[in-house]
Design a protein around this ligand. Structure first.
Ligand code: ADP
Length: 479
């Protein structure tokens, strides 16, 4: 029998069964049943967070440290179970699910430490006898809206700093992955958070998410998801004069130069484009390859792709799990059809696969002969699909890499210090990788992009303090 997971509002687990989540590796497998909040519950959650803010914001470092450290320890102790459950509901492989869970534990540990390191500044005023203090305070009620592709890591990297810096939270996870969201909230709740500090409202984006956007009592919103929803968050937030932070899409380039180590380049491309089923905003979807290595690179890619094991996410041998759901699968297949119509050659894969259980299996697709003007090179597909764009030299590669409305990550495979250095300095992306996949980042350093990919201060690491606090400058005349 499936257990009903409820919403957490003002310290109480509330709600009736509203939705189910389905295992994308086996659509006969129902992972769980979840309460679905409406606008009323969203309002109650926001009111609870507002009421809890004065207490939590004055709670001091020790109380916050204790909750965050305990949460980190429990997540780490349960990494195999939580990772498995994550892989079951999202479709990434077991190794990826456990890896993501460990990352969540590391993030809570990092921000537990940050609670003890919060500092300010004190300077003499230009007026004699006056002192000036600059301190940081929590922003208030933070709305956290997350996508399905990193069901535990993204909630962790928003919730942990929000709590560390004294904010209270209304958390709305993506509809497809409520189990991971519920698990993290359950752990934090049992770790000793006072009631109302963290509220969970599972439900539809258009209902619960929208109620958060429309509330004057939500003081900041941290959002990760699509460009379209990001723009709604931005417009609604300007209306209420609230702080907001957006992480949206990517169309990340990986440049491969003639002088690259071919094995390194293929590793980077296969990992960056196809691991996690290509469902990462940092995925390499444009492989920009210079003429001298192009044919060898494409042959080596096809050989490697042919060996990849695509199957049930919970099978330890699987390297690429299924696509997350039917809607995303249709989007991937539609873009594969669009690429062919546009004149790119489907050099490998792109077809549906049958496995023992009914699931959304798709063979990774590689286009060659793509141009940077094609829709498959300009629009985010968010699936296991990548295009090879042939260019003549480094200069053309850099121009093509930067010719995109996005700017999240970029990468270059080269053995030339000159080109690697030039690329790091001139790539119009928030994160640049040399001889590494465009996806896969550390948890203790800033994450974020430029142009249409991101808006607002960076997430993660010490830079998270910018978004989750507001600065106060206080003047004292002591006589
Ligand atoms: P994705 O393609 O990753 O599903 P979305 O932008 O649709 O991207 O979803 C990201 C998050 O935004 C999800 O939690 C979703 O429920 C939420 N969301 C969707 N529509 C709205 C909305 N109108 N207001 C607030 N949140 C929304």
């Amino acid at each position: 029998m499936t257990v009903l997971r409820k919403n957490l509002i003002d310290g109480e687990w509330l709600g009736e069964a509203g939705s189910r989540n389905i295992n994308p590796s086996n659509t006969n497998d129902v992972v769980g049943e979840y309460a679905s909040a409406g606008p009323e519950e969203a309002k109650q959650a926001i009111a609870a967070a507002k009421a809890a803010f004065p207490g939590w914001s004055r709670s001091g470092p020790l109380a916050r440290h204790a909750v965050l450290k305990k949460t980190s320890d429990e997540i780490m102790a349960r990494k195999d179970d939580i990772g498995r459950s994550l892989a079951r509901e999202e479709g990434k492989t077991l190794a990826e699910g456990v890896g993501e869970t460990i990352r969540a534990a590391q993030i809570f540990d990092f921000f537990a430490g940050e609670t003890l390191r919060l500092s300010g500044e004190m300077v003499p005023s230009v007026r004699p006898g006056v002192g000036v203090e600059m301190t940081r305070e929590g922003v208030g009620v933070v709305g956290i809206i997350t996508p399905w592709n990193f069901p535990i890591a993204i909630p962790a990297w928003k919730i942990a700093p929000a709590l560390a810096y004294g904010n209270t939270i209304v958390f709305k996870p993506a509809e497809l992955v409520p189990e991971s969201a519920w698990t993290i909230v359950d752990i934090l709740h049992r770790a000793g958070l006072p009631k109302g500090v963290l509220n969970l409202v599972m439900g539809k984006g258009s209902v619960v998410g929208q109620a958060m956007l429309d509330s004057p009592d939500v003081n900041a919103i941290s959002f990760t998801g699509s460009v379209g929803t990001g723009k709604r968050v931005a417009a609604a937030s300007v209306e209420h004069m609230r702080k907001f932070q957006l992480e949206m899409g990517g169309k990340n380039p990986l440049v491969v130069l003639d002088d690259a180590d071919l094995a390194v380049a293929v590793d980077c491309a296969v990992n960056g484009a196809y691991f996690s089923t290509g469902q990462r905003c940092t995925a390499s979807s444009r492989l920009i390859v210079t003429a001298g290595i192009h044919d060898r690179f494409v042959d080596a890619m096809k050989e490697r792709l042919d060996k990849l094991v695509i199957g049930d996410a919970l099978d330890a041998k699987t390297q690429i799990g299924p696509v997350v759901d039917q809607t995303q699968l249709k989007q991937d297949e539609d873009y594969i059809a669009i690429g062919r119509q546009e004149g790119a050659e489907l050099a490998f894969g792109g077809e549906r696969l049958e496995r023992e259980t009914p699931g959304f299996y798709l063979r990774p697709a590689l286009f060659t002969g793509a141009t940077n003007a094609m829709r498959i090179s300009r629009e985010e597909i968010f699936g296991p699909v990548a295009n090879v764009i042939r260019v003549k030299d480094y200069d053309e590669a850099l121009t093509v890499a930067n010719d995109t409305p996005f700017g999240l990550t970029s990468g270059i495979c080269t053995t030339s210090l000159k080109h690697a250095t030039h690329f790091k300095r001139n790539s119009e992306a928030g994160m640049v990788m040399v001889n590494l996949p465009t996806a896969g980042v550390d948890f203790h350093v800033p994450f974020g992009g430029r142009k249409g990919s991101s808006y607002g201060p960076r997430e993660q690491g010490r830079y998270a303090v910018e978004f989750y606090t507001t600065v106060k400058t206080a003047y004292t005349f002591a006589g």
